[in-house]
Write a protein that binds this ligand. Structure first.
Ligand code: 13P
Length: 249
């Protein structure tokens, strides 16, 4: 089955307002007529500025997280309804940096996933194992638990409107990419895990790879059967390298 490809930039906590605006403009200038989907997940405070710049272009907007509650006394949090006001198409949930530095759990990630969907924002659910977990042969068990928490709260049907990103923690920002085969093995596992509950959803869901994707390794990764695109950190901060990755999909 041919799935629509998707390349997403995760700018993390980088840039200034003006450098972000310039980056968005440079990306738009190089989009060309590639049929794949493309988005940038920008810092919350730049959503407003970037949403103006990308109007009427094929570059979509995303946030890097979303609150696990809909509104109320949750100082510092940003709700899905707020993201919706800036035409956010996507919100990343469960990024490993949120899980490891800010205490996001499988359960709170599941709640964030549901909050996004309630406002018709597509969650990009990140899953992935640490190096220690991989070395102890726990990769599949960890990913299964990360997926199961969301499936049990949201239901498998929710994956009709979701994206999954496999990001091995040991490959993020380290320059160590999973090999094409290592990544494909886990992507295949994820698709089988979903297929066990719903084959049609498994066939159609986009599963992105993330972790040190660069212009020179993207093509090989994207050629694998179950890899439908990428979630790009460092290399998405440079328009030329991000566009090269996009045009490799
Ligand atoms: P890098 O591409 O910098 O390794 O980051 C990957 C990532 O975490 C994207 O969400």
């Amino acid at each position: 089955m041919m799935r629509q490809s998707l390349v997403v930039g995760n700018w993390k906590m980088n840039g200034t307002r003006s450098s972000s605006e310039l980056l968005a403009k440079d990306i738009i200038a190089g989009l060309g007529s590639n049929g794949a989907d493309i988005a940038v997940c920008v810092p919350y405070v730049y959503l407003s500025a970037i949403s103006e710049i990308i109007k009427n272009t094929s570059l979509a907007l995303g946030a890097q997280n979303v609150a696990d509650k809909s509104s109320g006394a949750y100082t510092g949090e940003i709700s899905a309804a707020m993201l919706g006001e800036f035409n956010c198409k996507y919100a990343i949930v469960g990024h490993s940096e949120r899980r490891s530095y800010y205490g996001d759990t499988n359960e709170s990630v599941a709640a964030r996933f549901c909050q996004a969907q309630e406002k018709v924002i597509i969650p990009i659910l990140c899953v992935g194992e640490t190096l220690e977990q991989r070395e102890q042969d726990q990769t599949f068990a960890v990913i299964d638990a990360q997926l199961s928490a969301v499936i049990s709260l949201a239901g498998i049907e929710a994956f009709n409107n979701a994206v999954i990103a496999y990001e091995p923690v040991w490959a993020i920002g380290t320059g160590k990419t999973a090999t094409d085969d290592q990544a494909q093995e886990v992507h295949h596992y994820i698709r089988q895990d979903i297929a066990a509950k719903d084959q049609a959803i498994a066939d159609k869901i986009q599963i992105l790879y993330g972790g040190s994707v660069k212009a020179d390794n993207a093509k090989g990764l994207f050629a694998m059967a179950d890899i439908d695109g990428g979630l790009i950190g460092g290399a998405s901060l440079d328009a030329e390298s991000f566009l090269k990755i996009y045009h490799s999909v």
